[in-house]
Design a protein. Structure first.
Length: 117
């Protein structure tokens, strides 16, 4: 699934210009509570408001595991990434989680470039 950032100002007041580039195409790495998880320009897997993006290709990877929450919100990730606490551990700089994420990112999304941030 590929999207382009069109509006960098989210409804909650977030300004995405600090982590993404307007007009650039990004690969959606997953969907969490209806938000898109993208790899920022600084190689951080962050959630973003989908209303700020134009969907260029809505095809979702066959390897995504998709669920719907109690309130109808959607979750879709590669196996293991949707486990509660996975991305929290990544942001807490847990080395094994960061290594697993980097290895799986390279395997599942070989065209996505990680920057050394």
């Amino acid at each position: 699934m590929r999207v382009v950032l069109r509006n960098p100002l989210a409804a909650d007041g977030s300004d995405y210009r600090y982590s993404l580039t307007v007009g650039r195409e990004y690969e959606v790495l997953g969907i969490e509570c209806d938000s898109f998880r993208l790899l920022t320009n600084y190689s951080e897997p962050i959630l973003f408001d989908p209303a700020c993006f134009e969907v260029m290709d809505s095809t979702e990877p066959a390897f995504w595991v998709s669920t719907v929450g109690d309130e109808g919100e959607r979750y879709a990730y590669p196996p293991g990434w949707g486990v509660p606490g996975f991305f929290e551990a990544w942001h807490d700089e847990v080395k094994v989680v960061r290594r697993v994420f980097a290895e799986q990112l390279a395997a599942w999304y070989p065209h996505v470039v990680q920057n050394d941030a």
